[in-house]
Design a protein around this ligand. Structure first.
Ligand SMILES: Nc1ncnc2c1ncn2[C@@H]1O[C@H](COP(=O)(O)OP(=O)(O)OP(=O)(O)O)[C@@H](O)[C@H]1O
Ligand SMILES: [Mg+2]
Length: 413
C-alpha cells in the first residue's frame, strides 16, 4: 500500500463536528481524523494525504443517476448523469470552501445552488425553467440504468419491451427507414408482484428518461370528488413532458369499464379516453405506461387499437428468470452453501415479489440466530427449505389459467 492516497476532485471539512476530514476517493467517501490525516500536498483538484489505518469508509459516492437527481432536487437544474457525476464532487468541494469562508457548516443544498448559480452558471431559458418546475411538481426521478440488467433476457416480457419499445426509440434512423413508429402509450397487465412497476422503472432507466409515477390514490389526496379534475390536470401537464415516462399504476381505478360504473366513475373514464389522443398528438419524447392486475375491468374502448399502442402481459417467471432474481438477492445475503438449482425448482410459482419476501424472511432468521447464539450464521439451502413453506406463492393454477386467457384475449404489440 502506498504511503499516501490521492483524493480527486473534492474535499470537505466536516465543520459541524470538527473531528474528521471526509474525502471522496474513487467511488467511496472516506473519513480520517484531522490529526492523523496529514495533508501532504493540495491543489484545486487533488489532495495527497497520508493513508492512516483509522480511515473509515463513510459512504459510497452516488451513482451518476443519483447525482442528477441530487442536483435536480437541490437546484432545479437538469444535468445529464455523466456531467452530474463530474459536478457532484466539485459541489462537495464548494461546500467545504463555503464552510471555511463563512466559518459554519454549509448544507449540501446551499452549496449546490450557489455552485450552479454562481460558480458554474448553467444557462436556462424560460422554457427550461417551466419544464423543470413541471418535473419537480410531478416528483420526477432518474432511475439507474443498471435496473434493466436485473431482468434476465428470458423474463417475459423483456424481449418484447426491448424490440418494440427500447430499440425503436434508440435506433431512430433504422426505425425511420422501416417506418416503425415507436409506441407512445402502453398497458402492462398481469398478476400482483410479477414486476410491472420494475419493468417501467427499468425502461426509464435504460432510456435515461425521467420517471414519474402516479397512482389514483395520489389523485384523490384532496378528496374523492377531485379525481376527475386532478386527472385532467395531470394529463395536461404530461403533454409537455419531454424524455419522460409517466407511469399510472392501478389503472383500473381510473379507466374501469363504463358498463358497471357509477356516473362519476364514467366521467373519469370518459376524461381519460379524451386525454390519451391529446397526449399522443404532441411531438414529444414521452411514454405513458399504465399497469393493472385486472385487465378485464378496463373499459373496452380503451383497449381497442388507437388509444394504446401496446398491451403487454407480465406473467410468471421461467427457471432462468427466477434464477436471475434469486441470485440478485443472494449476492446481498450473508450466505454459506446454497444449492441454487434446487431452490429455484422448488419455487416455481413464486413471483419476483415472493422471492424478495423469501429473502426478507431468510435474512431475518439468520440475523436472529446469530444474535441468539453469538456465532457466525450463514444462510444455506436448509435455511431456504425451512422458510419456503411459510412464504405462500402468489401464483396458483387458477391464476395462471386466467392470465393465459387474458394473454390470448388482450395482448397486442
Ligand atoms: N427482475 C427483477 N429483479 C429483481 N427484483 C425484481 C425483478 N422484478 C421485480 N422485482 C422486485 O419484485 C418486487 C415486485 O415487483 P413489482 O412491484 O414491479 O411488481 P408489480 O407487478 O408492479 O406488482 P403489483 O401488481 O403489486 O403492483 C419489487 O420489489 C421489485 O423490485
Ligand atoms: Mg406495481
Amino acid at each position: 500500500m502506498p504511503p499516501y492516497a490521492v483524493c480527486c476532485d473534492a474535499v470537505f471539512l466536516d465543520t459541524q463536528l470538527h473531528l474528521s476530514y471526509t474525502y471522496p476517493i474513487k467511488k467511496r467517501v472516506v473519513s480520517a481524523p484531522v490529526n492523523t490525516a496529514e495533508i501532504l500536498e493540495e491543489d484545486f483538484r487533488f489532495i495527497f494525504f497520508r493513508a492512516e489505518e483509522d480511515m473509515r469508509i463513510v459512504s459510497d459516492i452516488p451513482s451518476p443517476e443519483d447525482c442528477t437527481t441530487l442536483i435536480f432536487e437541490f437546484s432545479g437544474h437538469e444535468v445529464e448523469p455523466k456531467i452530474a457525476a463530474e459536478l457532484w464532487p466539485r459541489i462537495l468541494q464548494h461546500k467545504w470552501v463555503l464552510s471555511e469562508k463563512l466559518g459554519r457548516d454549509v448544507g449540501s443544498k446551499v452549496a449546490c445552488v450557489d455552485f450552479i448559480e454562481n460558480v458554474e452558471p448553467v444557462n436556462r431559458d424560460l422554457h427550461d425553467a417551466e419544464r423543470i418546475q413541471l418535473l419537480k411538481e410531478l416528483g420526477a426521478q432518474m432511475v439507474d440504468q443498471s435496473v434493466w440488467e436485473t431482468i434476465s433476457e428470458s423474463q417475459p416480457p423483456k424481449q418484447i419491451v426491448n424490440k418494440r419499445i427500447i430499440l425503436p426509440l434508440t435506433e431512430i434512423e433504422l426505425a425511420r427507414k422501416h417506418a416503425v413508429i415507436p409506441p407512445r402509450t402502453i398497458i402492462f397487465f398481469g398478476p400482483p408482484g410479477t414486476g410491472k412497476t420494475h419493468f417501467v422503472r427499468a425502461i426509464a432507466g435504460i432510456l435515461q428518461w425521467w420517471y414519474v409515477e402516479v397512482s389514483p390514490s395520489n389523485l384523490v389526496a384532496d378528496g374523492e370528488d377531485r379525481l376527475g379534475a386532478n386527472l385532467k390536470r395531470l394529463m395536461e401537464k404530461a403533454r409537455n413532458l419531454d424524455e419522460a415516462v409517466l407511469f399510472i399504476d392501478e389503472f383500473e381505478e381510473i379507466a374501469g369499464s363504463r358498463d358497471h360504473a357509477s356516473r362519476i366513475d364514467k366521467s373519469i373514464t370518459n376524461e381519460f379516453l379524451k386525454q390519451v389522443p391529446l397526449l399522443k398528438r404532441e411531438d414529444k419524447k414521452n411514454l405513458l405506461v399504465c399497469a393493472t392486475n385486472y385487465i378485464r375491468q378496463l373499459d373496452a374502448a380503451l383497449l381497442r387499437p388507437g388509444r394504446f399502442d401496446c398491451i403487454i402481459p407480465v406473467g410468471g417467471l421461467d427457471d432462468q428468470g427466477r434464477r436471475t432474481i434469486f441470485e440478485h438477492y443472494l449476492s446481498n445475503t450473508s450466505r454459506g452453501d446454497v444449492d441454487v438449482d434446487k431452490i429455484v425448482s422448488v419455487i416455481s410459482l413464486f413471483t419476483p415479489a415472493d422471492i424478495e419476501y423469501l429473502f426478507q424472511k431468510v435474512r431475518q432468521v439468520a440475523f436472529e440466530r446469530e444474535y441468539l447464539k453469538g456465532e457466525d450464521y450463514r444462510v444455506t439451502t436448509e435455511t431456504f427449505l425451512e422458510m419456503i413453506p411459510i412464504v405462500p406463492a402468489t401464483l396458483t393454477g387458477e391464476i395462471i389459467e386466467e392470465f393465459q386467457q387474458d394473454c390470448a384475449h388482450y395482448t397486442r404489440y
